[in-house]
Design a protein around this ligand. Structure first.
Ligand code: SF4
Length: 223
């Protein structure tokens, strides 16, 4: 998709104004800017992994479905592919989509609360997404995704920013009907939440069937 935009821009600028809406031109520039971001260089260097920023920005302006998660894990950091891990497998199962559909960025935008792997804490758990990331980028990303009709808020960080949620994640997700059909708050699909899923069977029996129907509606029934 982005390659197309670059190609169109080059061809069209030589012959005539491109007919695409103005917001389309902002997209490659925005994705490129995020990919080049190094605001957290010092913070990441001070973590146990001592890694450098590697922003994983995965979106195109035509997307109808948007996934707002927490932050990439180490495996995503290494591969550059969002949700390319066990959490992603579970999320795709929840959504009822295969990998090909999930990674079609023309249809599914993946814009976490931080675009880089934040490192580990002393217990070996992922550090929270650095707040500076959403503060720096998310307003622009919101504006660059005008076609989104279904948003998945995966985890408490996204729910706080986009719903103003003050309650615990469980209560926010339990109140999913207050936000559907446009927005679905979800727990993080990490293996760490397997116990949570067992304790809250309504999530799989009540929420997931409705979510899968909505995803199928927005992705043209090609799930
Ligand atoms: S986490 Fe966000 S703000 Fe920090 S370096 Fe990565 S893209 Fe930039």
């Amino acid at each position: 998709m982005q390659e197309h935009f670059h190609e169109c821009r080059n061809i069209q600028s030589a012959v005539a104004p491109c007919p695409a809406p103005a917001y389309l031109w902002a997209m490659p520039a925005l994705a490129d800017k995020i990919a080049a971001c190094r605001l957290c260089t010092e913070a990441f260097a001070a973590t146990a992994t001592g890694h450098a920023p590697r922003p994983v920005a995965w979106f195109a302006p035509s997307a109808h479905v948007r996934v707002i998660g927490q932050a990439p894990g180490l495996r995503v950091h290494e591969s550059g592919l969002p949700f390319n891990d066990a959490s992603g497998n579970r999320l795709r199962l929840w959504m009822g989509v295969d990998r090909e559909t999930f990674y079609d960025r023309a249809r599914v935008a993946i814009t976490p609360m931080a675009f880089c792997f934040p490192g580990y804490d002393a217990r070996g758990a992922d550090l929270p997404p650095p707040r500076i990331c959403a503060e720096t980028w998310h307003d622009a990303v919101d504006a660059a995704l005008p076609e989104v009709r279904l948003t998945l808020l995966v985890g408490a960080h996204a729910q706080r920013r986009y719903l103003g949620a003050k309650s615990r994640m469980t209560e926010t997700v339990r109140g999913w009907r207050d936000h559907a059909p446009a927005v679905f708050p979800l727990p993080h699909p990490s293996w760490r939440n397997t116990g949570w899923l067992k304790q809250n069977p309504w999530f799989e029996t009540e929420l997931l069937p409705v979510l899968r129907n909505r995803v199928a509606e927005e992705l043209g029934g090609e799930t």
